[in-house]
Design a protein around this ligand. Structure first.
Ligand code: PEP
Ligand code: MG
Length: 424
């Protein structure tokens, strides 16, 4: 996202009550300016002057050589028109992952999304979804315009619904606070929110009610999103924009799940084609991020027109590591004790995750030769992983916009390394 950030900083003591935090015996109060160096992990007190990183002329030359040499495609993970523009400027040829939930998280939309979750009847939910659909359609139009001529993979909602609600503990605290005042209506509203948050809460959300499973149990949400993509596609045909949206389903583990959503896709496609009096082509594919999806990729390929490896979730599943817990609790010690060379969340674990990917690629392409298969996990921007992806004959890697130039150079290096090893 182009923002520096430090995570898993266990030494930082946060004092919520007094709105301050203490680190390394320095106290910082809410509102104080600090400067973060996301590369070194340092925090400086105060505002330090910064400069925008620029691609130098020399680096541009290297990029142009790389473009000529590389074989694997480079696309971007981008969810906003600005991110799409930046990615294109840096040389991305398409969007490999547009996470639609990020659009709902925007400040002016989250309220509407929460209302949709809280809706008491299906009719009420559908009315709110209609409004959200309009917003999504206009977002898709803007992003597709920025990426004119290139594919844009739009992923349907992935996170569990409770991620959009405050957590029950927070809500209970709020109710206690409100009880000291006299805000009866607010207490009632917060109690309803608490009830719904409890209803939706899960023991293990990572493996719970998310992705396609939400799409199956709340079909109206995926219907709204698929409709918004087709509406955007039709609108752009009218405007003579060369747009290539494709729809991707997350967390799929079986062909029956994928077929279920494909039926919705087909129905909406004919409805919009009729409405706009035109033929539309929106490719329909799936993420491979559930172990079963990789093991049964030959079945999924019967319906899917493309695959994209979600190596973030796949890594969690293969290692049985929950990323946040692993990074906060034991991964640093594993690395220190040299039990792992690199964090598997940073660079693809070739022997484990990689072998599952190879099986997915082989099975998928046995059914559909030339099937488009990419990677949209964070590994798509990691040089070592890009070499693995090139060697595995993937169609493209998808990386966040700021990592695109490095991905292009790494893709070219992968070709040179391959030539070198063949010579040997
Ligand atoms: C992934 O799992 O690799 C992926 C891209 O999905 P997300 O990170 O959004 O879960
Ligand atoms: Mg995922």
């Amino acid at each position: 996202m182009g923002k520096p950030c430090i995570v898993g900083c266990a030494d930082l003591k946060i004092d919520y009550e007094n709105k301050k935090c203490i680190a390394n015996s320095k106290t910082i109060f809410e509102g104080d300016a600090i400067t973060i160096d996301g590369s070194s992990g340092e925090i400086f007190v105060g505002e330090i002057p910064t400069v925008e990183p620029k691609i130098t002329e020399d680096f541009k030359t290297i990029l142009s050589w790389s473009e000529k040499i590389k074989k694997i495609g480079v696309r971007a993970n981008a969810d906003t028109p600005d991110a799409a523009s930046l990615a294109r400027e840096y040389g991305a040829k398409g969007i490999g992952l547009c996470r639609t939930e990020r659009m709902f998280n925007a400040r002016d939309r989250i309220g509407l999304f929460v209302d949709m979750i809280m809706a008491k009847t299906l009719e009420e939910r559908k009315l709110i979804l209609e409004k959200l659909g309009e917003l999504q359609k206009s977002d898709f139009i803007k992003i597709l315009k920025k990426m004119e001529g290139y594919p844009v993979t739009i992923r349907l909602l992935d996170p569990p619904l409770h991620e959009f609600l405050p957590n029950p503990e927070e809500l209970m605290n709020k109710i206690h606070r409100l009880e000291k005042t006299n805000s009866t209506q607010e207490i009632e509203d917060t109690k309803q929110l608490l009830e719904r948050a409890r209803e939706l809460s899960e023991i293990n959300p990572m493996m719970g009610h998310r992705g396609v499973r939400v799409g199956i149990t709340y079909p109206e949400i995926y219907e709204m999103q698929i409709n918004a993509v087709f509406e955007a596609a039709a609108e752009l045909v009218r405007q003579k924009v060369n747009a290539h949206p494709q729809i991707m389903v997350p967390q799929v583990g079986s062909l029956s799940e994928l077929n279920h959503i494909k039926q919705i896709h087909n129905r909406i496609k004919s409805e919009i084609e009729k409405k706009y009096k035109m033929k539309l082509k929106v490719n329909f594919g799936t993420m491979l991020e559930v172990v079963r999806a990789c093991l049964t990729a030959d079945e999924l390929a019967k319906t899917a027109e493309f695959f994209s490896f979600g190596t973030n979730d796949l890594t969690q599943a293969v290692f049985s590591f929950s990323r946040e817990d692993a990074e906060a609790k034991f991964l640093p010690e594993y690395l220190e004790k040299e039990m792992l060379d690199l964090s598997p969340f940073q660079s693809i674990d070739v022997n484990g995750v990689g072998s599952l990917m190879k099986s997915g690629i082989e099975k998928g392409r046995k059914v559909k030769a030339g099937l488009e298969i990419g990677v949209c996990g964070e590994h798509g921007g990691d040089p070592k992983s890009i070499v693995f992806c090139h060697n595995s004959k993937l169609s493209y890697v998808s990386a966040s916009p700021h990592r695109i130039p490095i991905a292009i150079v790494s893709a070219a290096q992968a070709v040179l390394l391959e030539k070198k090893s063949k010579k040997r």
